[in-house]
Design a protein around this ligand. Sequence first.
Ligand code: ATR
Length: 282
Amino acid sequence: MTEKPLALGILGHPIGHTLSPSMHNVAANIHKISISYSAYDVKPENLKDAIDGIRALSIDGVNVTVPHKTAVIPYLDEISPEARQIGAVNTITRNGEKLVGSNTDMYGFITAIKENGGVDPGGKRIFVYGAGGAARAVVYGLAMEKAMEITIANRTESKAVSLAVEVIQSEPETNLKAIGFGSNKLFDSLSMADIIVNATSLGMGGADEFPPGAIKFNKNQLVVDIVYRPLITPLLARAREDGAKTLDGLWMLIHQGASSFRLWTGKSFPVDKAREVLLTKL
Ligand code: ATR
């Protein structure tokens, strides 16, 4: 009898162009383990039924993506401390009869910055654009790495303020600031930053260009985009022109997937091989 493949997948809406199945299949092939990783398009009103389906069908693990990362929390049996703090689950693992929610986005982002961006965020000044779900993982991760200062800028300033106030409670050693996107402090915060992160899902073309055209980057800065389609976003292209170092969003995606894969299988993840394959699929 052949061994039952590990049943894995991803829940999101829409789910059309996900790279996750390719990435996990690369890893499974290298380890010669049998997996079946499916993409499930789950409408928000069907999320509870989808989680019940995972229980009923004994699915071994799933990734959770936009827009379900927060909404899924009440349907799970256990939530890891990190996921609880960030308020978002991107990985569900079966532990016997229990479904456990974790967050590997924070690990993915921090690992990408350190290993692929070549910068340790500890002691650094950082500018984060965005205060939504993705930005929460980014800001908590940077604060836990003991960044010296994090300025959060957001179109809706009140969301930047609440995130900053919340993070200060658990990470008091980092100096948290919040500004609106139109603030006159924007220029100074950006030019003083060692690391600049776009943590919004904006493709950044169009009307809400980030940052405004008058601002220049410099060669001591690392500019990071969590967007990976296109791989070189307009922000990264501009940063390169100005001589700054850049880090694309594909690295974060791969490292969060690597951490999910390890949770499900206990095995290592071929990060470079996964990137090689995903670059052909963008
Ligand atoms: P995600 O999980 O991808 O972070 P989200 O929680 O909905 O999604 O957050 C989206 C982020 O992108 C927010 O910071 C949002 O700004 P607001 O809080 O002001 O909504 C930002 N964002 C989305 N569209 C934007 C736009 N057109 N201009 C500026 N910021 C935008």
